[in-house]
Design a protein around this ligand. Structure first.
Ligand SMILES: *Cc1c(COP(=O)(O)O)cnc(C)c1O
Ligand code: SF4
Length: 377
């Protein structure tokens, strides 16, 4: 057994341990354990500094998960975009490929709580179906292996899937979404990297949410992937009490760059049943973005996105930089709130209006409008 597998076996994963190690009430611990899996491996556990700190909140269950929040289990309507059990096909040219239900840690804020950890919903037996689907759809040029965490698979199984995908001529790039560099960096071994580099162009997106996760071990894992020629990006989730603070986020983004990880997305927390206590007002995310752009390297700046409820895909949100328009003059502000005027280029007569405006004027309004009370729960 490899070290990482041994570490997983030593995870805190029962209601009993919540009672014994964290002083939970037994009845509460049992209810939480039934609701969503618990798994905290000894490495991630060692990052906790004090109760309810940003690491604790991400991995130790909380009674708030049991609140009747009336929120959907599948806020992104992934199941309705799922032509076969292992595929989510929402965008024209790329798919999510769910390869395992297992995670090295079960994050309390997970959007896929309804599926993750449940091998009846995400299962290896569906993998061939996914590969067949991709092979039959020539428009799919980008496959994002997700789950669960695909690096929970053995190197052997992972390689079979990668080889299967690489055998499909129209698959141009493969991406792997994995939390391992953050939660169990011991998973990134020289053997794994040697295998992965055979399947380029390969990209990895990992998932760090707080600067305390940027340890020497995590740095080494990210560097090994980068040395294998794999561009590593990061997707963070904005969460109350974890990272809803511009200084914390600035430190995280800078640290990631020193680990050779490029910030990619910052997600507004989804409206997921059992994870409502993590949500922040959208203004908090916009304020963070405002305090990043211009104040630090452009490379450190992720896109702040909302994954549209009901399954519209990711929508980027940007602080207001265009203050208005005065005839041909566009009034802008910079990161220090100094005001500038930019003389726009005069449109030649007969030039069509820009695509976005045209789309809206033709249809009068967007077709689907989110109506919270119509979301099925
Ligand atoms: C996020 C996501 C993707 C990938 O989106 P990019 O913006 O290309 O990174 C693809 N499919 C689904 C269903 C997604 O949620
Ligand atoms: S690693 Fe990803 S899929 Fe697994 S529990 Fe965490 S957020 Fe969910």
């Amino acid at each position: 057994m490899e070290l990482w597998q041994e570490m997983l076996r030593q995870s805190v994963d029962s209601g009993r341990e919540l009672v014994e190690r964290f002083g939970f009430d037994k009845e509460l611990a049992d209810r939480l354990n039934k609701l969503f899996h618990i798994r905290i491996n000894p490495y991630y556990l060692s990052l906790i500094r004090y109760p309810n700190d940003p690491i604790w909140l991400q991995c130790i269950p909380d009674g708030k998960e049991l609140e009747e929040d009336g929120l959907p289990e599948d806020p992104l309507a992934e199941d309705s975009h799922s032509p076969v059990p292992s595929i989510v096909h929402r965008y024209p040219d790329r798919v999510l490929f769910l390869t395992t239900s297992q995670c090295s840690m079960y994050c309390r804020f997970c959007t896929r709580k309804r599926k993750v950890g449940d091998s009846s919903k995400i299962n290896m037996k569906y993998i061939q179906g996914g590969i067949d689907y991709i092979a039959a759809h020539p428009e799919v040029r980008d496959v994002i292996m997700s789950g669960g965490d695909p690096l929970m698979l053995t190197d052997f199984m992972l390689e079979r899937i990668l080889a299967g995908l690489r055998a499909i001529p129209h698959v141009e790039i493969i991406r792997i979404g994995t939390k391992m560099p953050c939660v169990l960096p011991q998973r990134i071994t020289p053997k794994l990297c040697k295998m992965l580099r055979k399947y380029h162009p390969l990209y990895i997106n990992t998932h760090f949410n707080h600067p305390w996760e940027c340890t020497p071990e995590a740095k080494r894992a990210c560097e090994m992937l980068a040395d294998a020629g794999i561009p590593v990006g990061n997707q963070s989730v904005l969460m109350k009490g974890v990272n809803d603070n511009p200084d914390v986020m600035l430190e995280l983004m800078r640290k990631l760059l020193t680990m050779r990880v490029r910030p990619y997305y910052l997600y507004q927390a989804d409206i997921t049943k059992g994870a409502n206590h993590f949500r922040t007002p959208v203004s908090v995310g916009l304020d963070i973005m405002d305090k990043l752009r211009g104040h630090t390297s452009g490379l450190a700046i992720p896109y702040f996105v909302i994954d549209a409820p009901g399954g519209g895909g990711k929508i980027p949100l940007v602080p207001q930089y265009v203050l208005g328009r005065n005839g041909n003059q566009i009034i802008l502000r910079n990161y220090k709130y100094d005001i500038f005027t930019y003389p726009d280029v005069e449109e030649e007569p007969g030039t069509p209006t820009p695509t976005v405006e045209r789309k809206f004027s033709r249809k009068a309004r967007p077709k689907k409008v989110y109506e919270p009370d119509k979301v099925k729960v």
